[in-house]
Write a protein that binds this ligand. Structure first.
Ligand code: C6P
Length: 407
């Protein structure tokens, strides 16, 4: 079946609105994706008809809500091809999922002088939690460099891995700032050859490329629901059952305990052990609906469509002499970062906004990467399953206007 992007767009109510009197051109899906009606309706329907707290009540509504909540866990597990549902832990977002691993696995397994390998491509969410652990435990952070195109320097990675003190590799599968796709399968294989576990930041890869955790054989993977066309407030930590089972709780409270006395508390098994307190019930169910929606369209078809829009945008931006694309690695998808000579990215984004074109301007929570490329910020256009070539044309027309204004 051909991919009918206009039919797909009709599923997203917000895409038909206007901004500043112009049709919305939403090119900021890497920050957060828009929501299809199926997600909105599912969440409304749960709150209208099947809402109660989960895992607690014996009453009908609580059982209904619990069933739908746990069905969403199954959907996430299938989507990622996890071996078991209990390998899926619901968190607030990807950031909390990395913090969970750093606080629980990291505190239990890392000692002073132990090394964690990350890369220059990382989002702050996969840098700062390890720095906090460094302050607490004296671990050492090693950073794999990128070349001038924004591709990982694999020889350096191998060199860093050769140290006997490396205990964990924590790396993104796709850069949110440059769109670089990292050779994450090879990264994992090389680490595993030395018995080193790997945490994958799958925030962008899950949406743009799709991820199979068993094919990758990653040990942990984190993602945020809101980038996957689901609601905010829900993220996922995937972890191999054998690893999660050995990890101490991250937060204490209700729903994660087996038995509490004032002297002692015993904890539930995974995944509940890591889900203290009332979870984001409606949002988790909404994430399940988003996965149904994305799966219904088919990740392969989405990827092919996005690649077409991305390639078209790359060509069109190349034609603009005043624009410099930051990040030109051969393997890229969905995200284009750029600067314009003598124009601050914030001014650029503000002028684009006046014509209805929404792009992100800033450091994209990847300040070390901006430093690497000698820029304080970039403008970033990011595409989603609803993006079109016409929207790229609107972006290019907007950029031409910016050039005119700045002479
Ligand atoms: N990137 C962007 O505009 P949270 O904030 O926890 O939902 O996701 C954090 C995160 C982690 N890793 C990657 C690769 C990401 O892209 C993000 C979120 C957004 O690029 C918001 S800063």
């Amino acid at each position: 079946m051909p991919y009918d992007v206009h039919a797909v767009r009709a599923d997203f109510p917000i895409l038909s609105r206007q901004v500043h009197g112009r049709p919305l051109v939403y090119l900021d899906s890497a920050a957060s994706a828009q929501k299809p009606r199926h997600v909105i309706d599912t969440m409304t329907e749960v709150m209208t008809a099947e809402y109660a707290n989960v895992h607690r009540g014996v009453h009908w509504l609580s059982a209904a809500a619990t069933r739908r909540f746990e069905e969403a866990r199954t959907k996430v597990a299938r989507f990622l091809n996890a071996a078991e549902d209990r390998e899926i832990v619901f968190t607030r977002n990807a950031t909390e999922a990395v913090n969970l691993v750093a606080s629980s696995w990291g505190r239990a397994n890392l000692r002073e002088g132990d090394e964690v390998v990350i890369s220059w491509l990382e989002h702050h969410a996969n840098i700062v939690p390890w720095q906090m652990l460094r302050a607490e435990k004296g671990i050492v952070l090693k950073v794999v460099p990128v070349d001038d195109r924004g591709a990982l320097v694999m020889e350096e990675y191998e060199r860093l891995l050769a140290s006997p003190r490396v205990r964990l590799v924590a790396m993104t599968a796709m850069s949110n700032a440059l769109g670089t796709i990292t050779p994450i399968a090879e990264v994992i294989e090389l680490a595993h050859a030395r018995g080193i576990p790997v945490l994958v930041d799958g925030c962008q890869a899950v949406t743009h490329l799709g991820v199979d955790v068993r094919a990758l054989d990653c040990d942990f993977l984190v993602l945020s629901g809101h980038k996957l066309y689901g609601p905010t407030g829900v993220g996922v930590l995937y972890g191999k059952a054998e690893l999660l089972s050995q990890m101490p709780p991250y937060q204490g409270g209700g729903d994660m305990i087996a038995r509490v006395t004032f002297e002692e508390t015993t904890f539930k098994d995974i995944p509940q052990r890591f889900e203290a307190g009332t979870p984001a019930i409606v949002e988790v169910i909404g994430l399940g609906a988003a996965i149904d929606y994305v799966s219904g369209l088919g990740l392969d078809r989405i990827r092919a469509h996005e690649q077409d829009v991305f390639d078209y945008a790359s060509r069109r931006l190349q034609e603009l002499n005043s624009v410099r694309v930051v990040g030109t690695a051969p393997e890229r998808a969905g995200i284009l970062s750029f600067t314009m000579e003598d124009v601050h990215p914030h001014d650029l984004a503000t002028i684009l906004d006046r014509s209805g074109v929404a792009v992100r301007a800033g450091h994209h929570c990847a300040q070390p990467l901006m430093d690497r490329f000698g820029v304080p910020a970039t403008a970033r256009a990011s595409f989603g399953l609803y993006s079109t070539r016409e929207e790229v044309d609107a972006l290019v027309a907007g950029l031409e206007r910016v050039r005119e204004i700045f002479g």
